[in-house]
Design a protein around this ligand. Structure first.
Ligand code: FAD
Length: 572
């Protein structure tokens, strides 16, 4: 009994293929792995190989024919063997005229024109409330697509991200990294003496960067013709928002009002000053020791910064591990590295009380342990900032975040909500993308492409991930193949002296679909974008591994990890 050769599935979105050329003929002897036909998938040309050795007894599918994936296209067996009679499946014939870029642009422009909201009855077509990374991007997009747009901001342009989040923490992170690198100069054969830091200068550097970026956002809004309204917006109905004594009307509104730090700690004495992330970012003087309550992304990033500047940090986390949402091996390795830097990490800990004792903060845990420190910072999450919509009858979840559909439309059909105001993972780039989705939805522009959101954690080593963890993939029912490649086996990592960590690829064992990529190691926050690109382009681990990577680069670790998932890595 011989074997059928089937139309392979070359990429995740492939449904059919057209045999453009047979490279062998009926009666030929063929070898396993031999290239036997060329196929066009609509996305690319591919070569099909044989999974079997033997005589090619029958070709069921002629050149030029399109067949669905996994359809039987040929039969390989032994001389004289009876050849099964089958009728090859034919793919549905579609008259498809390929659209040119110009056609697509024309169609999009026509769609926008057709669905443009009439502005004559309203002051604006789109009013955005909040100028964080969600709101300002949405307002610029709306204006760029021809809508009469305005943005209302009560504070600084750039929102939490620029002023109290991503950028200031990364400015501190950069200072911490340079300081640690200089202290490690000896290992590079360099002698540096008298290394010290000046916190005031670090703080001023951070403030300079924030100011520059915030001014840049205001300028971008103006340049794109977005009307800027300064003040606190309060939505009064589906089309009206008031700022002071002024009512502004709009066909559509976008709530992009973000979030604020939440305080969940109980039994805290009145004389204890509980710091939050906003307080940390403007601290004039560093304490000698600090307790950080919460071992999530923000908690570990702050612990990483403070420990670099010799502050004795203790992280208290309720969950059994820090970074509970990250891959388990990654959170374990980060715990090991932070501990080696002197950070004490207490997991599964419940706080009973927080008191002031002899000028120190005294934190009592359920297991009887008491931790004393100079300061305490609460990083247990964020809550919705609902001043703009507190009195509005808009659907919210149990935590108060606005419920939206895939297009970011809320329960009120003229009001969209984006970013932190909708809860979720709370990432700046996710907020921006949602802004774009909301504006496209107003204009009837369809974007069917799956949105893939990476996440980065700026610690030493850096962490970045996209897609499912190994556990999530298994729970979702995938037959999972895991491939891990260590930075210790990468030449570039050795030259820069950063060999801690690994790249971990989670793939579907059957088709090689990339389900998730998790990185802990140098430049993880930049490297992850190769994985995002590969997943967006629906590459398989095999095709991603086939891409040539320059040597010596950190990116070679990704190539090796993809290769390990497809077959076997070369350098381990
Ligand atoms: P915001 O950025 O919060 O902006 C909301 C804006 O709305 C604010 O400017 C506010 O003043 C304004 N506003 C609110 N109510 C009104 C009203 N009634 N009228 C007028 N204006 C109003 N994310 C990352 O992706 N990467 C990181 O590295 C990162 N680091 C972070 C570090 C820290 C310490 C923190 C706290 C957050 C960090 N984040 C990070 C999260 C990121 O900052 C948020 O996800 C992002 O800012 C959300 O954007 P947004 O536009 O939804 O809201």
């Amino acid at each position: 009994m011989g074997n059928f050769i089937e139309m392979p599935k070359f990429d995740m979105s492939m449904t059919e293929g057209t045999i453009t050329k047979w490279l062998v003929s009926e009666g030929d002897n063929i070898e396993e792995g031999q290239d036997i036909f060329e196929v066009e998938t609509g996305k690319a040309s591919n070569i099909g190989d044989s999974l079997y050795s033997g005589k090619l007894l029958k070709i069921y599918c002629a050149e030029g024919e399109a067949v669905p994936v996994f359809a039987k296209i040929a039969y390989v067996g032994k001389e004289g063997e009876e050849i099964p009679e089958i009728i090859a499946d034919k793919a549905e014939v579609k008259e498809e005229v390929p659209a040119t870029k110009k056609d697509i642009e024309k169609e999009t422009a026509a769609a926008i024109e057709k669905s443009k909201p009439a502005a004559e009855n309203y002051d604006y077509e789109c009013v955005v409330i909040g100028a964080g990374p969600g709101g300002y991007v949405a307002a610029i997009k709306a204006a760029q697509l021809g809508m009469k747009a305005a943005i209302i901001e009560k504070g600084e342009f750039g929102g939490t991200c620029l002023n109290r989040g991503c950028i200031p923490t990364k400015a501190f992170y950069a200072s911490a990294k340079v300081y640690e690198d200089i202290k490690a100069a000896e290992s590079f054969g360099l002698s540096v003496e008298g290394v010290s830091f000046d916190w005031t200068k670090i703080l001023n550097r951070k403030e300079g960067i924030v100011k520059k970026l915030s001014g840049g956002v205001e300028m971008l809004l103006k340049k794109n013709g977005v009307a800027i309204i300064k003040g606190e917006g309060k939505i009064t109905d589906g089309h009206t928002v008031s700022v002071g004594d002024k009512n502004i009307t709009s066909k559509y509104m976008i709530i992009a009002t973000g979030s604020k730090p939440v305080s969940l700690l109980q039994n805290v004495d009145d004389d204890v000053k509980l710091l939050n992330t906003d307080d940390f970012l403007s601290m004039d003087v560093l304490p000698e020791s600090m307790v950080i309550v919460g071992g999530g992304v923000i908690g570990v990033e702050i612990a990483n910064i403070l420990s670099a500047f010799d502050v004795k940090v203790t992280i208290i986390e309720l969950m059994p591990r820090i970074l509970p949402r990250a891959d388990e091996e990654i959170s374990d390795l980060l715990k090991e590295k932070l501990t080696a830097k002197g950070v004490e990490i207490i997991n599964g800990a419940k706080i009973l009380s927080i008191k002031k004792k002899d000028g120190k903060v005294s934190v009592a845990l359920e297991d009887g342990k008491v931790i004393e420190s100079d300061a305490i910072l609460e990083a247990v999450g964020r809550t919705v900032d609902d001043r703009a919509f507190a009195d509005l009858d808009i659907k919210r979840d149990k935590k108060g975040f606005i419920i939206v559909n895939k297009e970011n439309l809320s329960s009120i059909d003229s009001i969209y909500a984006i970013g932190d105001a909708t809860g979720g993972y709370m990432l700046a780039h996710e907020a921006s993308k949602q802004g774009e989705v909301a504006v496209n939805s107003m204009l009837g522009i369809k974007d069917e492409k799956e949105i893939i959101i990476p996440a980065c954690i700026f610690t030493k080593p850096e962490i970045a991930y996209v897609g499912m963890t190994e556990k999530e993939a298994k729970e979702a029912g995938y037959e999972v193949k895991v491939s891990k490649f260590p930075f210790a086996a990468n030449g570039k990592a050795l030259t820069i002296g950063e060999t801690d960590g690994f790249v971990k690829v989670i793939a579907d064992a059957k088709y090689g679909e990339i389900l998730g990529v998790h990185i802990i190691g140098p430049e993880a926050s930049n490297l992850i974008h190769e994985a995002v690109m590969a997943m967006s382009a629906e590459e398989t681990v095999k095709s991603a591994a086939e891409m040539v990577h320059a040597h010596p680069t950190l990116a070679e670790t990704l190539m090796e990890a993809f290769l390990g998932a497809a077959s076997k890595a070369v350098h381990i």
